[in-house]
Design a protein around this ligand. Structure first.
Ligand code: AMP
Length: 215
């Protein structure tokens, strides 16, 4: 990857540690990340017209319409802060979205953080989040006081779409569509094993960047 190539996509099932691994990449290149899920959750929390439109779908764990999602992401990417690139997390989710993106941007690398479904379910159903978006886990990343965020003292709750049954559905949807995306991006795909502890996975992402990059 050359110094200029900084348009990156991060794939991986929910619970693969994508946002943590994404931070390694965004810090390395000094680029912002764009999480489609966060944009939608923020719109829902702010009760915007978009939020009201997508809330029932997002809360059930289904994908919102390609048209709406593409519009939201392309609008977001026009902002000045993405001038030197971006890391996309959660978008594209299927070939149709990938093709819409390709009309405007050339993607340099696609990282796929891979984990087994059982690992994903265990990790996600234990996840708890505060109103400011700090994330904890009832087993792997416990806050000092159960149910309270160490950082902002906010109450921790479970995202509606993090409940086990919903997670299973989201995973099934993810598997079905991602298979075709992996094929679509096969010439720029980097596969990372997401099963080991977070620090080990971080190291493999960083190793890849350091060994394959001209800074
Ligand atoms: P995530 O945090 O990426 O799992 O996204 C949470 C939810 O937002 C998903 O379950 C979908 O309802 C919606 N969503 C996020 N990204 C997309 C996308 N690329 N296409 C359609 N719906 C999406």
């Amino acid at each position: 990857m050359s110094k200029e190539s900084k348009k990156i996509i991060l794939l991986g099932p929910q619970g693969s540690g994508k946002s943590t691994q994404g931070e390694v990449i965004t810090e390395y290149f000094d680029i912002p990340s764009v999480s489609s899920g966060n944009i939608l959750r923020q719109a829902i929390a702010d009760d915007t017209p978009l939020g009201r439109k997508v809330a029932p779908t997002v809360n059930k764990g289904n994908l919102i319409s390609d048209q709406d999602m593409i519009e939201v992401i392309l609008e977001e990417l026009k902002k000045d802060k993405y001038e030197n690139g971006f890391l996309l997390d959660g978008f594209p989710r299927n070939i149709y979205q990938a093709e819409a993106l390709a009309k405007h941007y050339t993607i340099d690398k696609v990282f796929n953080i891979e984990i087994a479904d059982e690992t994903a379910i265990e990790r996600i159903s234990g996840r708890r989040i505060c109103p400011e978006g700090h994330t904890w886990h009832i087993e792997y990343e416990k806050p000092q006081e159960a149910g309270i965020c160490d950082i902002c003292n906010g109450n921790l709750t479970q995202r509606a779409d993090d409940q086990e049954e919903v997670v299973k559905k989201r995973l099934a949807i993810y598997r079905e569509k991602t298979a075709e995306l992996l094929d679509y991006y096969k010439d720029r795909l980097v596969i990372i094993d997401g099963e080991p502890p977070i620090e080990v996975v971080k190291r493999s992402v960083l190793d890849y960047l350091e060994n394959n990059n001209v800074r």
